[in-house]
Design a protein around this ligand. Structure first.
Ligand SMILES: *Cc1c(COP(=O)(O)O)cnc(C)c1O
Length: 456
């Protein structure tokens, strides 16, 4: 495979690319349960036009692109207000992972500044925290110290207290945590952080643009945002329940003093004075513009309407799953993401049976479970999904697992004591994922693909 000697015509190319989409996950009709947050064709049109109008712009220089400066600062101001503070400051990033990386770096650098003897910074986080924290710990030389969750799948505060040392720079909680859709006890975690003068990050990547509207709709939720004393930073993804274009998230800090530890500056480059607020250098203006557009297009009433749809749909799915003989939802999710498992049959075999009807369910582990992120796209498929799920559960009980399914492999990979060996399997997958001539990118593989990485 090499660059074609001569270019191809526009129409021919696009036809070829559209044909490729035939093998992609069918997100438009709600067949997948993560990765895509689709709020309708009207929102899609707004995003497309906003994105392409600013296609060539670069958020690296908000001096050159004053439009982007306006959009980003207004997106952050609107987000701050939603997250319980009119004082909070922040930046847009490319996604939840970058937001979390920035929060870890910021907490580490602030602690280093305030405690010059600190050489081995640590971060206390529940086992349910997103892997982006492990990634950040790895990149920034911060030791992750894991704490368990209680029987209700929320962080164990006593364990957090016991895990804090003189080296701790950050305590992490999630609102919502991805595996179970629960909100960690943020006031208690933040109080521990405040007593010691260290950071407390709330990962609201998936909850940040949903929970504020649930509160307005009257749902009873525990406090989790900047209204909680001691919370120093929050990540909230625009490209999840903000319904913005992929590649947009926010990271916010309680004060400007804290955020300055996020920034990078370099004054000695022959190429000029350099300053960059986040990990990225060049930043896609299209993503910034599209985020500003969707916030203004939907407005509070639009987000309230979508939040109601999502919650009503989640309720029907939760009740429907619990009503299927042999299945149950795990714990008590605080919003619209949750997991479920089977009492007597292999839940991964149920997922394989669902595959045969075109559904793509995310397999989770520890314990084996399937996971749903409910979006507006799922409103219309509740009935067929539940009917197929009942069929799948019964068919596994009577006929056993689907021949050629992946249940045995998932079971093995989830329970193998040697996690290093499992990580090697994931490495091999990522190696294969960029080979141009590959028959089945999923061959021999544990998880669904998520931008080239593996979710298991
Ligand atoms: C999605 C998610 C992230 C990571 O976000 P990306 O945009 O995929 O990088 C972090 N935390 C939680 C709770 C999430 O749901």
């Amino acid at each position: 495979m090499k660059l074609p000697t001569t270019g191809k015509p526009h129409e021919e190319l696009l036809a070829e690319m559209r044909a490729q989409q035939g093998d992609d996950a069918d997100w438009h009709s709600g067949k997948i349960w993560s990765l895509v947050y689709f709020a309708g064709d009207d929102v899609a049109e707004v995003l497309k036009e906003a994105y392409t109008t600013f296609l060539y712009t670069n958020g690296l220089s908000v001096a050159a692109f004053k439009s982007l400066r306006k959009f980003e600062s207004e997106v952050i101001a609107m987000t701050a207000e939603l997250l319980g503070s009119s004082e909070a400051v922040g930046n847009m990033t490319s996604g939840g992972t970058e937001s979390i990386l920035m929060a870890i770096k910021t907490a580490r650098d602030m602690a280093r500044d305030q405690r010059p003897g600190l050489t081995e910074p640590e971060m206390v986080l529940p086992v349910t925290a997103h892997p982006a924290f492990e990634k950040g710990a790895h990149y920034f030389g911060v030791k992750p110290v894991h704490i368990p969750v209680r029987d209700d799948f929320r962080a164990d505060v006593e364990a957090a207290k016991a895990a804090i040392t003189d080296n701790t720079v950050l305590i992490v909680g999630s609102a919502l945590c991805y595996p179970y859709g629960t909100i960690d006890p943020i006031p208690e975690l933040a109080a521990l952080a405040q007593e010691r003068g260290i950071g407390c990050h709330v990962d609201a990547c998936v909850g940040g643009f949903l929970l504020p509207f649930l509160a307005r709709l009257g749902y009873k939720l525990p406090p989790w945002d900047f209204s909680v004393p001691g919370v120093t930073s929050i990540s909230a993804d625009l490209h999840k329940y903000g319904y913005a274009a992929r590649g947009s998230s926010t990271v916010l800090y309680r004060s400007k003093e804290i955020r300055r530890y996020q920034f990078f500056t370099y004054a000695d480059w022959p190429g000029g004075l350099y300053g960059s607020p986040t990990m990225a250098g060049s930043r896609p203006g299209g993503a910034i513009a599209a985020a500003w557009a969707v916030l203004n297009y939907l407005g509070e009433d639009g987000y309230l309407r979508l939040a109601r749809t999502v919650m009503d749909t989640a309720r029907k799915l939760i009740d429907g799953i619990n009503a299927i003989d042999g299945l149950h939802v795990i714990g008590e999710p605080d919003a619209s993401i949750f997991s479920f498992t089977a009492d007597a049959v292999d839940i991964y075999a149920v997922a394989d049976a669902m595959d045969t009807r075109g559904w793509q369910l995310d397999r989770q582990q520890m314990p084996p479970k399937l996971h749903l992120v409910v979006t507006p796209a799922h409103e219309k498929i509740v009935g067929t999904f539940l009917a197929d799920l009942e069929w799948a559960t019964q068919s596994v009980a009577t006929d056993g697992p689907t021949p050629g399914g992946r249940a045995a492999m998932y079971g093995m990979l989830g329970s193998l004591p040697d996690r290093g060996a499992v990580e090697k399997v994931i490495m091999d997958f990522m190696d294969r994922a960029t080979e141009p001539k590959q028959e089945d990118p999923m061959a021999g593989l544990p998880g669904r693909t998520d931008g080239g990485s593996v979710k298991s």
